[in-house]
Design a binder for this molecule. Structure first.
Ligand SMILES: C[S@@+](CC[C@H](N)C(=O)[O-])C[C@H]1O[C@@H](n2cnc3c(N)ncnc32)[C@H](O)[C@@H]1O
Length: 341
């Protein structure tokens, strides 16, 4: 993710992910209520996996604190202590997160008043595909828009020519390789968590998925980024071999794949599996009195969302020099695509 508070940082281009978090609030609320229906602990240990750095990092935590406080208030119990663990990869912008911690804690104290118990917020750096916490230490676990990131690009996708992800023109082995890598990674994630979560602990996971069971019939959107890279190959700015060796380390599963993996792995019971759609394209500019945007402005906004998430990955593989041109192409392709919808 792009660091800091620059124009094309993740912090300034994560409204889409914020919408996802808002849509799952009800599920999170029900989960916390369910978790608290037996014993009300005096210290609650919450973990957010793949927290990134930006306004979304603390929004889930505030929500969990709100729900828990309401439950304890109704039960006329002393408010619990909170230990919040924010996890992401070592490259994540922890400095920005830690700078915000005092203000976030002050705000919580102001909102909750004198009854607000002790709360600590810590960063836990490392991959969700390895052990991060002591055994049986966590209560509720949350993760939004992160678990669809794979531990690596799947093996055996070198023949995915002119594509950078699964696409309608990908050879059949590419779909199989992506599904296999997700199956391995998601199972490992569940196995690690099953050791770290307290007995009867709950978690809420939200990940990007796809509509169609058959992955070769879906339009994923990354095709437009691939087309933009192909343009730069045509202009001699990117080597064809570099494009051929680049594929995205992520996977958008169909909901039944998620169900099957959870059942086969066997550590967790699945309470609810829900699918919802989020529109990436904002037709109005929320920062500008709801001004209606034309297709080029909308294309630019979509390109910025992608850039905030994928710039680092692309720059590491293709070099920094092509980045501005690549995303200018992407903004145009996005605008043309909006026109054709
Ligand atoms: C799109 S962001 C979502 C951030 C935040 N949860 C939100 O909803 O705005 C995905 C995050 O997952 C993190 N991530 C990807 N792979 C990960 C891994 N193996 N372990 C931990 N975090 C990972 C990325 O670094 C990134 O910060």
């Amino acid at each position: 993710m792009n660091e800091g508070d620059k124009e094309i940082s993740y912090a300034n281009n994560s409204l889409l992910q914020k919408t996802v978090i808002l849509k799952t609030r009800r599920v999170l609320e029900d989960t916390i209520k369910d978790l608290s229906s037996n014993v009300l602990p005096t210290c609650i240990k919450v973990a957010d996996f793949g927290c990134s750095s930006g306004p979304n990092t603390f929004s889930t935590i505030s929500e969990i604190v709100d729900v828990v406080h309401e439950i304890y208030r109704r039960a006329q119990l002393k408010f619990p202590k909170f230990q919040v663990f924010l996890n992401d990869l070592p490259g994540n912008d922890l400095t920005t997160i830690f700078r915000s911690v005092p203000a976030v804690l002050d705000e919580l104290k102001r909102e909750k008043g004198d009854l607000f118990g002790h709360c600590t917020i810590s960063g836990v750096s490392g991959s969700i595909y390895g052990r991060l916490f002591p055994s049986r230490s966590l209560h509720p676990i949350h993760s939004s828009c992160s678990v669809h990131w794979l531990s690596k690009v799947p093996d055996g996708v070198e023949n995915n020519k002119w594509n950078i992800y699964m696409a309608k023109s990908s050879p059949p082995n590419v779909f199989k390789a992506y599904a296999k890598q997700f199956q391995e990674d998601f199972s490992l994630f569940l196995r690690m968590l099953s050791e770290e979560i307290k007995p009867r602990g709950h978690m809420v996971l939200t990940l990007m998925g796809r509509r169609n069971p058959d992955p070769s019939t879906e339009f994923y959107g990354w095709e437009l980024l691939a087309t933009s890279l192909c343009d730069l190959v045509g202009e001699g700015l990117v080597k064809e071999a570099d494009l051929d060796s680049f594929n995205l380390p992520q996977y958008t599963p169909y909901k039944e794949e998620v169900r099957e993996i959870i059942q086969e792995e066997g550590s967790f019971e699945l309470d609810r599996l829900e699918v919802f759609e989020v529109d990436w394209d904002k037709k109005q500019d929320i920062n500008n009195n709801g001004l209606v945007l034309d297709k080029y402005e909308r294309g630019q906004k979509l390109a910025n969302i992608v850039r905030a998430i994928k710039e680092h990955l692309l720059a590491c593989h293709f070099g920094d020099a092509i980045i501005d041109r690549l995303f200018a192409r992407l903004a145009l392709h996005q605008a043309e695509h909006l026109d054709s919808k």
